[in-house]
Structure formats: C-alpha cells, structure tokens
Design a protein. Sequence first.
Length: 338
Amino acid sequence: MAPRGDYLTLELDGREVRFSNPGKVYFPQRGYTKGDLLDYYLSVADACIAHLRDRPTTMKRFPGGIEQEFFFQKRVPRSAPPWLEQMTLRFPSGRSANFLVVQDRAHLAWGLNLGVIDWNPWPVRRPDGDHPDEMRVDLDPTPGVGFDEVRRVALCAREVLEEHGLTGFPKTSGSRGMHILVRIEPRWEFTEVRRAALALAREIERRMPASATSKWWKEERHGVFVDYNQNARDRTVASAYSVRPNQDARVSAPVTWEEVPDVDPGDLRLDTVPARLKEVGDPSAGLDDAVGSLDGLLELAARDEREGLGDAPWPPHFPRQAGEPKRVQPSRARKRRA
C-alpha cells in the first residue's frame, strides 16, 4: 500500500482502492484506528469473505468512529467504482435496493473506507434473493443475565437442532449473546424459515423454562431470548469475523461446540482473533458442507399449531401478517380490557 498524504492507495485482488484517513481513531479507549480495522480484516479476509460472498450486505457505517452516530445503508452509491459487485432486491412496497456483495479483499477495503465496522449480510445467495440458505439462531440475554446462561441455552439449541436433522455452528455475537448459524437447503421462503425458527425457540423454551424465552415483548422476557424474528425478511445479524462497535473491539467469532462451555467473548477481539485463526483454524469452515432440511422443525411447528400455538408477533415495521396476534404490549392490552 502506498501512502499519499492522508490516504492510502491499496492494490488488492487486481483493483486499486483509495483508503482515506487511516489514522482516524475509531475505538477511543483502545486507540484502534481505521487503518487498524483494515489490517484486521485483511488478516482474516478468507474466513470473513466466506460468510459474505454472493450475499447482499447492508453497510453499517460509523464514519466518525464508534462514539459517533451510525447509520445503515442498503444502496450502493452511484459513485461506486464499476467493478464493485452488487445485487438488487425488491421489497413488498415495490421499492428496490442495490446491495453491496463482498467478493474479495478489494470489496472489503472499499466498504471499510466508507466507515463500515461490522458486516450485515442477508441469509440468501445470488441470484436467489427469496429463499434463504441459512437459518440464524440469535441468543440475546435480557438485562442482568450472564454469559453462563447464554452458553447453556446454546447447548440446548444444539441438541434441538440435531434432533431435527440440522447442524449448528456457534459464534459469539461480539456483544452479550451468541449466534448459531445453520446451513439449509434454499427451498423455503423467509416466512417458512421464520416459522421453523419460532418452533425451535418454543422447543428450547419448553426444555429450559427458567432460562430461555421465545416471548417477543420485552416485559414478558426473562433469561435468554431466542430471537426467531431475526429470520424475517430484511433482518440481519453481524457476520462471522465482524468487529463489533464496542470499546473492546470484540469480534463475532466462530467457536467449536467444545469451546462453548468455557468461551469468554472478551477474549475474542480485533487484536487476538487473527492469531487464533492462524493457530486453530476456522471453526465455521465446514458450514457449507452441513446443508440440512427444515422439514423436521416445520413438522414441530405444525404440531404446535395443532395444539393451539399460532404465530407470534413480528417486528413493528413489518405489515400485519395473517394469523399474527394483536401487535400490542400485553400490559396495554390488559389496561384496555379493564
């Protein structure tokens, strides 16, 4: 890379990328700069891009660093270089967006130059934007719940997945929770993948009623929330090997199931994950070879429905869905009835 004033000219994968303000501090407490973020992503590029390649990706931009305002950007700007790969997705509203598709190190550097810190890919691969090839299990601890509880719920999720013919690949979220990635056949639309995820969440809740919940409303939650709605269309989670926007620069890092009982998310950071990757390899490397079917979880969903468990609430910005219960907080509903 050749420095030129306050920017670098990078030669990556046959492309020239202009990278401005590499010395700008993004993580004040640790002193990590925009250039440090670039160095991290280039050092883990193969493993990171394996989770991004051919996927439309929302850019989460922090142009002023983690302590300044951020925003999500779906559309690649018209000023983008002609070699940048994109994928257009259409929404029920009739609108469309041309998403970035991160194919190589040049694409990584281009997005990082805009202030991207973590990558948020869709669970689909081009050219098919309607049939996910990945179900995502998002374990989100409620306030005051420690990571030990997250670990236990993750192990229960593994058990339920395996009983229904699926293989999960765990990773830390880079924050307080964990994600489990499940490769699936791209046969089902988003509504069915979400339906399977809801059945999974309810089964985990049945097995661990004191520790896990599938309840959407925060006032009803306890323990670890199994967020089935992360499988709704246009919802994303940070990809594997994404640096997260917290002061420690933690990474959403893949781990093995054997590591889950003892893993400390605080140990998996921008400054430690590259060496770990070289030493132990990528625990998520077998993900594409573990394609499974949702048939088992969908049968579980059908059983729940026969026993009176219908749909659960959707995120607030989604149109009301057929069979969805009233989208109102339970406490407010009680007040209205009183």
